[in-house]
Design a protein around this ligand. Structure first.
Ligand code: EPZ
Length: 416
């Protein structure tokens, strides 16, 4: 299995270009099925999850053409078929085929989705939304069988502003008769990205990005076209890295307001950075201050940036407290940081970080995507060499991470 070898101690300068957002792209590819004949998606990141989603398109008799970061998807000969376990279990986002196949065929057979091990991650809110639209959902062994005579638009209130449920219900509602209103919808940029794709196909959607989204169902969608928004979590990760070992490190091609909550917390810690149009220039913070963070749904502090931010807090002089409100177990990587010399302690959804602590290189196993990103950042600031195993989890969320970091001076390579 390939591993990442990271040698600490470099100073990073130059420019890191931000890629298309994984969490948008993995919803946009399944959403393309709503187009009758073809659709086009620009700035698609070359990551493993996209490869698996394209394999699922092949199972559904679709074809696609990839040119650099553009994908043109042809759905003229789309045929419904069960989504096999070996593909659906590769990621959580395979569940977006539920919403699109329900909209197109009123029948879905899909094995359970996968996803990072950061909590139970049920999909009860997705199922409740499909049932509210008139579908019946059965679980047979580890497969969902979802069927509907027809889908009727209705009002759906989400108990929790779930990103996945909001997108999945929007996808299904696009094929319903009449109007669907989603109350307490998630407001993440990914929702706006998917809504703009559906609108380009001819679907009338208003309110995406607010907590009330209205979808007018239609059976005649085609010629979708959209661009994947810049990856706000990749951007946040690299801005945090710049605050650790940057020297005018430029993070280029992001939408800065998408990471406002992270920038506000970086300011609290004493990090100086400059915003320039769609880039941020950041240098190492010499005396980071402790701060407290509570993860929230957008536009609050994003849970996906909590693990990388923890590395910065190990370097702050004093005690910081993180309260994780979105997932029930997202502190495995914090415990692994302790093996590198950090002093963190978790109690339920509260993590206490006592800084500042010197970190030392270690051989570690990546527990999940953003935890892996945290360990990568820690390896870059640690004394000595860090070897990370199970790095496919990192590569699935950070396009060309080795190339991007090497280009700005990091000593990082993939070894067998
Ligand atoms: C998306 O997951 C992202 N993944 C996650 O990013 C991200 O952490 C999350 O949104 C929150 O921003 C993708 O977009 C592929 P949720 P999703 O539905 O849609 C509970 C990463 O590192 N919940 O908002 O699954 C759930 O268990 C990944 O890129 C239910 O209880 O997030 C979780 O505790 C990690 N029932 C919370 O809500 C449901 O039906 C947030 O889930 C759905 C969710």
């Amino acid at each position: 299995m390939p591993k990442l070898k990271i040698t600490g101690g470099s100073t990073l300068s130059g420019t890191i270009e931000i890629s298309g957002a994984k969490n948008s792209a993995v919803a946009l590819v399944p959403a393309a099925l709503l187009s009758k004949s073809k659709s086009k998606i620009y700035k698609v990141p070359k990551i493993r999850d996209i490869e698996y989603l394209l394999k699922i398109l092949e199972v559904l008799n679709c074809t696609y053409k990839i040119e650099n970061d553009e994908i043109e998807i042809n759905t003229t000969n789309l045929k419904n078929a069960p989504i096999p376990e070996e593909l659906s279990e590769q990621m959580r986002a395979s569940y977006y085929f539920m919403g699109t196949l329900l909209a197109r065929f009123k029948h879905v057979e899909i094995s359970f989705p996968g996803g990072c091990n950061i909590g139970a991650r049920p999909i009860d809110l997705h199922i409740k939304g499909f049932e509210a639209l008139g579908a019946s959902v059965k679980i047979i062994k580890n497969k969902y069988i979802i069927t509907a005579e027809k889908l009727i638009g209705t009002k759906i209130y989400l108990d929790f502003a779930s990103v996945g449920a909001t997108i999945n219900i929007m996808l299904a509602a696009s094929g319903a008769e009449g109007q669907t209103i989603i109350e307490n919808a998630a407001r993440e940029p990914e929702i706006v990205n998917v809504a703009s794709f559906l609108i380009s196909m001819g679907c009338k959607i208003t309110g995406a990005g607010t907590s009330r989204i209205i979808i007018e169902g239609t059976s005649d969608l085609d010629n979708g076209i959209t661009e994947v928004f810049p990856d706000r979590i990749e951007a946040a990760t690299y801005v945090i890295l710049g605050s650790l070992i940057g020297e005018n490190l430029k993070i280029q091609g992001l939408i800065t307001e998408h990471i406002n909550a992270v920038l506000i917390k970086l300011k609290d810690v004493g990090v100086n950075f400059k915003k320039e149009n769609n880039s941020i220039i950041v240098s190492k913070c010499l005396n980071p201050l402790p701060t407290n963070i509570t993860t929230q749904v957008y536009p609050g502090f994003p849970t996906d940036a909590q693990q990388p931010f923890t590395v910065l807090l190990t370097q702050a002089n004093g005690t910081s407290i993180i309260t994780e409100t979105i997932y029930e177990s997202r502190y495995i990587s914090a415990h692994l940081l302790n093996e590198m010399g950090a002093k963190t302690e978790s109690n339920g959804n509260i993590l206490t970080i006592n800084g500042n602590t010197k970190l030392y290189g270690k051989e570690l196993y990546v527990p999940d995507l953003r935890g892996g990103a945290a360990l990568l950042l820690a390896g870059l600031i640690a004394n000595g060499t860090t070897i990370l195993d199970n790095i496919s989890l990192i590569l699935r969320g950070y396009e060309d991470v080795v190339e991007k970091l090497t280009k700005v001076g990091a000593k990082i390579e993939i070894i067998e």
